[in-house]
Design a binder for this molecule. Structure first.
Ligand SMILES: NC(=O)c1ccc[n+]([C@@H]2O[C@H](COP(=O)([O-])OP(=O)(O)OC[C@H]3O[C@@H](n4cnc5c(N)ncnc54)[C@H](O)[C@@H]3O)[C@@H](O)[C@H]2O)c1
Ligand SMILES: O=C(O)C(=O)C[C@@H](O)[C@H](O)[C@H](O)COP(=O)(O)O
Ligand SMILES: [Zn+2]
Length: 358
């Protein structure tokens, strides 16, 4: 299988390497100065971490395998504190490194632990879910949740490299895989409409790691993300577009106590953002319907509980795009044309919610 390298520009440039057998590149990314490598991985997936630990050990580094709770349960202050203690016990210095292996929750956690240990050590991300490869592991946003909201604590800490071994995708549970499609579809609406055409051409195939267009979909979405974060790492402008659909999505995740998949919440959040765009006079009903239809075609949800609105509205106060009491949404002005909506009237927000409520 061929190996593709997608470069992420910016003050700390790095490559996202996509292919099978890319683990051989890990020692090169860790570099000669590193002595100890902490391999953070979900405790439920020792078989995914084993080859990574093997590659690190074979290259002469001291490996410290660090299992953490599965999925979103890893993104807590308690788990980060546990990692800090483990780093201390392992004697990790500023010239040592962290490797994050797993889905987006694990790479977010590993990245944040690396960003904060000794005020920042090297991290290499090895995402093993679709969502991790096309979104979470790329771009240097790291973080954890708090009881008050999603990703409320975190940092921008770009990785030294990202290794996407496509072979790992075969064991990802189908619903988790499909969750990753939401972030790929997001890339289609905000920047690269060819993504939508490829999914509409073969929605069943899009649900499979061996689908006809799978590799192209993965690479196109990584390219979208690389272009954006390479130009605006700290979300001072352009990067905000990657938050399309996320204002409501994060509120839903909070309301579900982080038990709903991120991608599923983003799917509902994108329908909400599309409805807001339509009601604000920016797009026609055709683009909203295209949003619903492409999400439904791959099995993603497009509606949420009617009675949840007051709670969701309250959770949205703490969205990171808010400034004081002023909410800020990322909306569509057309296909691949995005701009913010600042301080929307309450009636507009509620009217858009009625369109996604069931
Ligand atoms: N930092 C960012 O820019 C960014 C971007 C998008 C999403 N995220 C975050 O990513 C998280 C969602 O990521 P996700 O969808 O990967 O979920 P996840 O990390 O919870 O992983 C989903 C499930 O798949 C399992 N898994 C992982 N790899 C596997 C494999 N190869 N085979 C079998 N099972 C495997 C995990 O253990 C977990 O149970 C959320 O916390 C979200 O906030 C971050
Ligand atoms: O990389 C980004 O920037 C994104 O917004 C990508 C999102 O898909 C991702 O879920 C991100 O973690 C959300 O960021 P947040 O700042 O709203 O927590
Ligand atoms: Zn997301």
């Amino acid at each position: 299988m061929t190996v593709t390298r997608i470069s992420v520009r910016g003050e700390s440039p790095y490559d996202v390497v996509v292919g099978a057998g890319v683990l051989g590149e890990l020692p090169g990314l860790l570099g000669p100065k590193v002595r100890t490598v902490a391999v953070v991985h979900p405790e439920s997936l020792p078989e995914i971490a084993r080859p990574v630990c093997g590659a690190v050990e074979a290259a002469g580094y001291e490996v410290v395998p660090l299992p953490v709770p599965d999925a979103e349960r890893a993104k807590t202050a308690e788990v980060v504190a546990g990692l800090w203690s483990a780093f201390g016990r392992a004697g990790m210095t500023r010239s040592d490194a962290v490797v994050g292996v797993g889905g987006g929750a694990t790479t977010d956690l590993a990245g944040f632990a690396a960003a904060t240990w000794l005020r920042g050590v090297k991290v290499v991300q090895v995402p093993t879910t679709l969502l991790g490869m096309v979104d979470a592991a790329v771009g240097g946003k790291t973080g954890i949740n708090t009881p008050e909201g999603k990703n409320l604590v975190g940092s921008f800490h770009p990785p030294a490299g990202v290794l996407c071994d496509l072979a790992t995708l075969v064991s990802v549970p189908r619903d988790d895989y499909v969750g990753g499609l939401a972030e790929i579809i997001k890339g289609g609406f905000i920047a690269d409409p060819e993504i939508l055409t490829l999914i509409e051409d073969d929605p069943e195939g899009a649900r499979l790691p061996e689908g006809r267009h799978t590799r192209e979909l993965i690479e196109r979405k990584i390219q979208v993300k690389a272009d954006v974060v390479g130009a605006d790492l700290r979300e001072s402008g352009l990067r905000e577009i990657l938050n399309y659909g996320h204002t409501l999505a994060h509120a839903i995740e909070r309301a579900e106590n982080y038990r709903m998949r991120h991608g599923e919440a983003v799917a509902i959040g994108m329908v909400y953002a599309a409805e807001l765009s339509r009601l604000d006079g920016r797009i026609g009903a055709d683009l909203v319907e295209r949003t619903r239809s492409v999400l439904t075609s791959v099995g993603l949800p497009t509606a949420y509980r009617r009675e949840a609105w007051p709670e969701l509205r309250d959770h949205m106060r703490l969205d990171k795009k808010s400034r004081g009491a002023t909410l800020r949404f990322v909306l569509l002005d057309g296909l691949a044309r995005v701009s913010p909506l600042v301080d929307p009237p309450e009636e507009l927000l509620e009217a858009a919610y009625r369109e996604v409520a069931r």
